[in-house]
Design a protein around this ligand. Sequence first.
Ligand code: MG
Length: 258
Amino acid sequence: MRIIRVRRGERSFYAAITGPNSVRCLNAEENLPDDIPLEELELLPLVRPTKIVCVGLNYHDHAREMGLPIPEEPVLFLKPPTAVIGTGEAIVAPAGAGRVDYEAELAVVIGHPARCVTEADALSHVFGYACANDVTARDLQKKDGQWTRAKSFDTFCPVGPWIETHLEDPQSLGVRAIVNGEARQSGTTADMIFPVPKLISFISGVMTLLPGDVILTGTPAGIGPIKDGDEVGIEIDQLGLLSNRVVAGGPTVAAEVQ
Ligand code: MG
């Protein structure tokens, strides 16, 4: 089932895609007809996580292109929930932030609380999967020496275009980044150093994962910069195309404070 989050008038709810231009409300209390035309709805960001847990350097080909050793255990960092946007929304590149990069990633959305779960049990805690873009201010990442500022600007976590709740095998998916129609990344989740069950088990041993939380599972080789006016697509087999335009933003929050 493909699921999106929408607003209709004053009400917001999750809905299942039933056709090219229609959805079915998944909240029975709304008492809506079975098929609602998409033009009556406003698309909302798919997820409202308490946290977005990201994995650095999780593809063999990306580690090779960076000239870095294969990590012995997953390298974790966080993005804030305020970074999430949906498909069609703009990625704002802050003025003064320097180089901003795309990173095509498989997003895992948690469905049931997960604390210290085993790898064997891990996938039973998953609600679904989506495309994501781990947008990164690369110059600030190097300058700061740790990644919080570089990864956390508003709009730096596009997720979409829908959540797919049924996936036979999350480790056999093509992952692509497309900038202005040109392929820039083309990898496969089979190349992950730590597969999805290992990541869920490892992360849940550190922090409790709650429904709606998102794991970004790392990016394959081919990362690169984006700039004002670029159209960035993240495409994953069976998960559709997440599409966002880049716009130049105003001064950074830090600059405004000074
Ligand atoms: Mg990343």
